[in-house]
Design a protein around this ligand. Structure first.
Ligand code: HEM
Length: 316
């Protein structure tokens, strides 16, 4: 990363064992907006205060702002590609948009760290916001999603991760920022577990135990892996950075995946969603959706850490 680049938020921070995902809406009134702006300057300090109490705990927090709140909070200039969550797919299989102005993605090795930081950050937001969704995610065996397959294998790493997720010269006022898309999925585990392992492998496009990509000759074009690999006009693969986590309440029969994807533009993530929900070609949709329902959807802009602090001084 060039030295002149602002400091990003912890978008590319290492995978951890625990996470809390919080989506909140901004309450009406100028006092609420003023409070959230002031809070922007406190996020880094609170994260340091909680994180330093546990060595190796790897605590981080990324916060993002939705199109629905940007103008009210910060006015001009605004990130070039920030828009509302674009819905895809027919009614029975839809990537739907749900309310949310602010996203907090809190990660650490231990849930106590995530829990304490979420408590401190929510306390500092006070009555300026209303929580609309809160999910505690946990690492499940060897990086497996709740459906039993390793999740995250094909993530970009190192410089490739930064190049895929951090805004550069295409939007100079927002360099080192990022876009993040979240969806909360619920799985029908009874139907999923009724499939043979071989049938499940054809849905994902990889082997279950050894996590190896199926050979092109046997991998169906409607598999998750076939529909989420996309390329640019030069044939170069376009990567996003995911940090999905399982969540759930076995007693309530709830089994979920919290999908979270970062990219330097919403476009690649939206193309993947279109491939999955509409199909490529249309109708050739992702068979993972026969067992998984998206119940939330939000798109957020993640300012660089430097800009996040400066946003406290904005007057829209
Ligand atoms: C029900 C929710 C989801 C589950 C359980 C899930 C699970 C998985 C699994 C098991 C893999 C294979 C291993 C890996 O490379 O990570 C994978 C790959 C991938 N998924 Fe998902 N995923 C979900 C939703 C999504 C969504 C909504 C997107 C994009 C909008 C997405 C994008 C990708 C990408 C880009 C890959 C890597 C493809 C490759 O390069 O081979 N996933 N996912």
């Amino acid at each position: 990363m060039p030295e002149s680049m602002p400091e990003p938020q912890a978008v590319c921070s290492p995978i951890t064992r625990s996470a809390i995902y919080l989506v909140v809406t901004l309450n009406p009134g100028e006092a609420a907006a003023e409070q959230v702006r002031g809070w922007c300057a406190d996020v880094a300090g609170l994260t340091r205060s909680v994180g330093k109490r546990s060595q190796g705990g790897n605590l981080s927090c990324v916060c993002g702002f939705a199109d629905s709140a940007w103008d009210r909070l910060f006015g001009q200039p605004r990130p070039a590609n920030l828009h509302g969550f674009r819905e895809f797919g027919p009614p029975a299989r839809r990537a739907l948009a749900t309310p949310g102005d602010l996203l907090l993605h809190i990660r650490a090795e231990h849930m106590d760290l995530c829990f304490e930081l979420a408590t401190q950050l929510m306390q500092a937001l006070g009555d300026a916001v209303t929580v609309v969704d809160e999910v505690q995610g946990f690492r499940y065996f060897d990086m497996r999603s709740i459906i039993g397959f390793v999740d995250g294998t094909e993530n970009p790493e190192g410089r490739k991760a930064e190049a895929s997720t951090l805004i550069g010269d295409e939007d100079p006022a927002f360099r080192a920022g990022s876009y993040v898309l979240v969806q909360k999925y619920l799985h029908n585990m009874t139907a999923w577990n009724a499939l043979s392992v071989e049938a499940q492998e054809r849905v994902i496009g990889r082997t279950k135990l050894s996590d190896i990509e199926l050979d092109e000759s046997v991998k169906p074009s409607c598999s998750h892996s076939a529909l989420t690999v996309i390329t640019d006009s030069n044939g170069e693969e376009l990567k996003i950075l995911r940090d999905n986590m399982p969540f759930g309440r076995p007693g309530a029969g709830e089994f979920g995946t919290y999908f979270i994807g970062y990219a330097r533009s919403p476009v690649p993530i939206e193309r993947m969603l279109e491939n999955m929900f509409v199909g490529n070609p249309e109708g050739n949709y992702d068979r993972l959706l026969d067992f998984s329902t998206a119940v939330t959807g939000g798109l957020f802009f993640v300012p660089s850490a430097d800009l996040l602090e400066d946003l406290a001084q904005r007057t829209p």
